[in-house]
Write a protein that binds this ligand. Structure first.
Ligand SMILES: *Cc1c(COP(=O)(O)O)cnc(C)c1O
Length: 382
C-alpha cells in the first residue's frame, strides 16, 4: 500500500509514539493536580510540549492553548471572537476555499445574525489583497483566512493579508494546519493574532491540536469567549483534563519538524517534481491546478482530461494498493467547493486528483504510484 494522502492525515512518526507511551502507562498523573510527583511529571511534560510548539511558531509559551485539533481551534477562535466582540461589530471576513470547520462555523454564525463575507479567489485559489481591502467595513471584527490550501496546496500571501487587517485595526486569524512543519511560521514577523494547527498532519497523533492567541508587548492576551467552560486548564480558555499523551505527541512532532524541516522539505520537493515530470510525460494533456511556485511542498492537484475518467471510481478501485484523494477528506459526497471556486466545471472536477506526499515516501513509490494510477484509469474509463 502506497500512501499518498498526507493532506488527509499522516503516518505517526515512531519517535512520537515512543515519547507518548510512558504517558499512556506509568505516567498517568493529572497535570493540574500538582502536589505530588506523578502530577508534576505530567505537568512538566505538557510544558515541554508547549515549548516545542512555540519554538516551531517562534512565539511565547503562554500564547499556545492546547485543543482537540484544528477543527476545535477554528471553532474556538471564530465563535469566541464573534461572541466577545459582538458589541463592536457583527461582520466577519473569510474565503470561499476554507476548510469545512471554518465554513460551517461561519454558516452557524450567519444564522445567529452575523454577516459573513466569503471572499472569492483567483484561478490559483488565492485571495487577492484588493479583494480583501474592498470587503472591510466599519463592522468587521475578524478576518480569518487559510494560510495554505489543503486541496490545491496554494499559499495565500498571509503576511500582506494580515498587514491589511492590522492597518484597519481588525483581528486576523489563519488556519495554518497544512503548512505547519512545511513553511516557516514566524509569529514575530507575520502579524497574525490567532492561528490554528493540528498534530496529525505533521506525523503526530489524532485528536490534539493548538490555538495560538497573541499576547501584546506588555503580555496582555487577546480576549475571547471559551468554547468549553469548566475547570481552569489552559488559563480558563479551554476546560477539560489535558490529554497529556496526545499533547506530548504533538510536542514531539513539532520538535522533529523544527529540527528536520531543512532536510525533508527539499526531499519532498524532489519527489513532487519527480511525480509531476513522470506523469506529464505519460499524459501530456494533464494539467496541474493551483499555484505551482507559491505552494505547500508535496501537494499536487491535477486534472486528467481523458474522456470518461471518474476520480471516485478510480480511487475506489485503487484502494488496496494506492491511497490518493479526489480533494478534501471532509466532503465525501459533494463535489469539491475549492475546485468550484477556482472555476472548474463538473466534468473537470470529476477528473481531478489530489496527491499529497510526506517525508516517508520514496522515489520508487512515486514510480509505482504513477503506473498503478495509469493502469487503473485505462481499466476503468467509462
Ligand atoms: C485537517 C485540517 C483541519 C482539521 O484538523 P483536525 O485536527 O482534523 O480537526 C482544519 N484545517 C485544515 C486546513 C486542515 O487541513
Amino acid at each position: 500500500m502506497i500512501y499518498l494522502d498526507n493532506s488527509a492525515t499522516t503516518k505517526i512518526d515512531p519517535r512520537v509514539i515512543k515519547k507518548m507511551l510512558p504517558y499512556l502507562k506509568e505516567e498517568y498523573g493529572n497535570p493540574t493536580s500538582k502536589h505530588y510527583t506523578l502530577a508534576q511529571n505530567a505537568e512538566s511534560a505538557v510544558e515541554v510540549a508547549r515549548s516545542n510548539l512555540s519554538t516551531l511558531l517562534n512565539c511565547e509559551n503562554d500564547e499556545i492553548i492546547f485543543t482537540s485539533g484544528a477543527s476545535e481551534s477554528n471553532n474556538f477562535i471564530l465563535k469566541g471572537i464573534a461572541d466577545y466582540y459582538q458589541d463592536q461589530g457583527n461582520h466577519i471576513i473569510t474565503s470561499s476555499v476554507e476548510h469545512k470547520s471554518i465554513l460551517k462555523c461561519c454558516n452557524y454564525l450567519e444564522k445567529k445574525g452575523y454577516k459573513i463575507t466569503y471572499l472569492p479567489v483567483n484561478k490559483k485559489g488565492q485571495i487577492e489583497i484588493d479583494t480583501l481591502k474592498k470587503a472591510i467595513t466599519d463592522q468587521t471584527i475578524l478576518i480569518s483566512l487559510l494560510w495554505g490550501n489543503n486541496e490545491l496546496g496554494s499559499l495565500n500571501p498571509v503576511k500582506k493579508l494580515a498587514t491589511v487587517a492590522k492597518e484597519n485595526d481588525i483581528l486576523f486569524h489563519t488556519d495554518a494546519t497544512q503548512i505547519l512543519g512545511k513553511i516557516d511560521i514566524n509569529a514575530q514577523d507575520i502579524p497574525f493574532d490567532f492561528l490554528s494547527c493540528s498534530a496529525h498532519k505533521i506525523h503526530g497523533p489524532k485528536g490534539v491540536g493548538a490555538a495560538f492567541i497573541k499576547t501584546d508587548d506588555i503580555g496582555l492576551r487577546h480576549e475571547l469567549t471559551p468554547l468549553i467552560h469548566g475547570g481552569n486548564q489552559e488559563d480558563g480558555l479551554r476546560a477539560g483534563t489535558l490529554s497529556v499523551h496526545n499533547i506530548v505527541g504533538l510536542g514531539e512532532a513539532a520538535r522533529i519538524a523544527f529540527n528536520e524541516m531543512s532536510d525533508y522539505i527539499p526531499k519532498i520537493k524532489r519527489l513532487e517534481n519527480l511525480f509531476k515530470e513522470k506523469i506529464k510525460n505519460k499524459i501530456s494533456n494533464l494539467y496541474f491546478n493551483g499555484d505551482q511556485t507559491s505552494k505547500i511542498p508535496g501537494i499536487i492537484n491535477m486534472t486528467i482530461p481523458i474522456q470518461g475518467v471518474n476520480n471516485k471510481l478510480i480511487i475506489t478501485n485503487l484502494e488496496e494498493e494506492l491511497a490518493i484523494s479526489d480533494g478534501s477528506a471532509c466532503s465525501i459526497t459533494e463535489p469539491s467547493h475549492v475546485l468550484k471556486a477556482i472555476g472548474l466545471n463538473r466534468n473537470e472536477i470529476t477528473s481531478t486528483f489530489r496527491i499529497s506526499l510526506s517525508k516517508f515516501n520514496t522515489p520508487e513509490e512515486i514510480e509505482q504510484a504513477i503506473d498503478l494510477l495509469i493502469k487503473t484509469i485505462n481499466e476503468f474509463k467509462i
